[in-house]
Design a protein around this ligand. Structure first.
Ligand SMILES: Cc1cc2nc3c(=O)[nH]c(=O)nc-3n(C[C@H](O)[C@H](O)[C@H](O)COP(=O)(O)OP(=O)(O)OC[C@H]3O[C@@H](n4cnc5c(N)ncnc54)[C@H](O)[C@@H]3O)c2cc1C
Ligand code: HEM
Length: 400
């Protein structure tokens, strides 16, 4: 391994405290030095500024575990074609990442640290660039799809049926990223809610997030006849090939979309006992119950256990109900387990399930989105004590 992972981790511990500032600096540096890249990013970066920077640093931190990471990075590289990312853009991103880390490491930054970060970034970016270069043989950068049907399934949830213009390859359990001309450059991931169909159509379940850019447009505005862009299918939370182990699935909110696709697939590939815990924050949020009943009616091997807190109960009570229900069943040893729901669902249940006998290797879920907002904001005193000059801003130009 050309770089020392311990050096990278220790240096990031310093920057992590100032992550929100570092992320803002990263984008400002990137666009100041490469104004032509601005058009590739959404107009509104304020709320979700750290989407790229958080993932970038997290991946570099894990760059010593390339055996596990390579498949993900190759998929990410192929996926980045939809952003119009070109090989020559990668050094620019790397340079701004290093500039942000250097700036927010204060006096602890050393040439050795810079070398380690640069080498690790080079390794992961080369994997992405290589995969993107080979990708045209496997499919286009994105697919155009027409919205052919739209159904309001709950006050805040719509089920959209999409017809891609070209065959769209995927496996049940995968997700795709989506962009609407109503919100240019705003791509968000959504689970595909059905196993592959003969007519090629895809269903998505979209919940409106308060203030959310794309979900608000999809739930409020998008109508049949409109066209959306789809990135290539991603994720590996699919059924284990050839497995006959019993299934346990936990679906929270629109996490039901992924579990529904998996159950359709399980129904095609041979029956085995399946238990699904279906949770909603509030009974009003429970949706698609007709499909749930119809699946239970058709498949004698399927049991669905609802976990709905009382109307108006605290948000956390749904996860508490789930924990109590799962613990009440005793052991989950020998089960294939699928977890799908809000970002805190999988981290909140994995430890419990392992304590209840589940094999961690058999627990599958989508990657939890990286965010740097978990970290504490930098206190004012810390910020001023270690504040350094921002070398790349020409203060004369700013009139100071
Ligand atoms: C692998 C994966 C699969 C997903 N599948 C689905 C799916 O099938 N159906 C679905 O509706 N959504 C799904 N999501 C969430 C979806 O990608 C978007 O995050 C969501 O629609 C909000 O996007 P937005 O542009 O409307 O909000 P943004 O403009 O990105 O965010 C606006 C505000 O809402 C907050 N926020 C963002 N997402 C959430 C959230 N999920 N819950 C609460 N607050 C949030 C942000 O922190 C921000 O403050 C999935 C996410 C991932 C990572
Ligand atoms: C090793 C290098 C890189 C890594 C690890 C990386 C990783 C990521 C990840 C994980 C995301 C979030 C994806 C999502 O939310 O769907 C992302 C978003 C993005 N990336 Fe990259 N990326 C890299 C290089 C680049 C390059 C070179 C470009 C082109 C300029 C680029 C452009 C973008 C854009 C436009 C977004 C969307 C940002 C947003 O929605 O706010 N990335 N990147």
């Amino acid at each position: 391994m050309p770089f020392d992972p311990a050096v990278i981790r220790a240096s990031f511990a310093v920057v992590e405290l100032r992550a929100a500032h570092a992320s803002r600096y990263f984008y400002t540096h990137l666009f100041a030095h490469n104004p032509e890249l601005r058009r590739l990013f959404p107009t509104e970066l304020a709320e979700q500024r750290d989407r790229l920077f958080a993932s970038l640093t997290e991946l570099v931190l894990r760059a010593d575990d390339l055996d596990r990471l390579t498949g993900y990075l190759r998929a990410l590289g192929r996926d980045h074609r939809k952003f119009q990312a070109l090989p020559e853009h990668y050094p620019a991103i790397g340079a701004s990442m290093i500039a942000a880390l250097r700036q927010f490491s204060g006096h602890s930054w050393t040439p050795e640290i810079e070398k380690a970060w640069t080498e690790a970034y080079t390794v992961i970016s080369q994997i992405m660039i290589e995969a993107a270069r080979e990708a045209p043989a496997r499919g286009p950068a994105f697919w155009e799809a027409e919205v052919v049907h739209r159904r309001r399934a709950a006050p805040d949830v719509v089920v959209l049926t999409l017809a891609p213009g070209h065959p769209y390859p995927y496996r049940a359990g995968q997700y795709l990223s989506l962009c609407s001309p109503r919100r240019p450059q705003v791509w968000r991931p959504y689970s595909i809610a059905n196993a592959p169909r003969v007519d090629g159509t895809l269903e998505l379940h979209v919940r409106r997030v308060p203030g959310g850019q794309l979900s608000t447009a999809l739930v409020n505005d998008v109508v049949p006849g409109e066209r959306l862009r789809l990135g290539p299918a991603l994720g590996d939370a699919c059924l284990a090939r050839g497995s006959t182990r019993p299934l346990l699935a936990v679906a929270g909110g629109t996490g039901w979309a992924q579990i529904k696709a998996l159950l359709e697939e399980a129904g095609r590939t041979g029956c085995r006992p399946a238990t699904v815990y279906l949770a909603a924050r509030d009974p009003r949020d429970q949706y698609d119950l007709d499909s749930v009943r119809s699946l239970v009616h058709r498949h004698g091997w399927l049991e669905v256990v609802p976990a709905n807190p009382a109307q108006g109960a605290a948000r956390e009570s749904a996860i508490e109900l789930l924990r109590a229900g799962l613990a009440g069943r005793g052991s989950w040893a020998g089960h294939d387990i699928h977890l799908s729901g809000p970002p805190d669902l999988a981290p909140g249940l994995t430890g419990l399930l392992t304590d209840l006998g589940a094999d961690p290797e058999l627990i599958r879920h989508d990657p939890v989105p990286a965010t740097l907002n978990r970290t504490q904001p930098l206190s004012c005193s810390e910020w001023f004590l270690d504040k350094r000059d921002v070398a790349w801003i020409n203060r004369t130009d700013l009139g100071r």
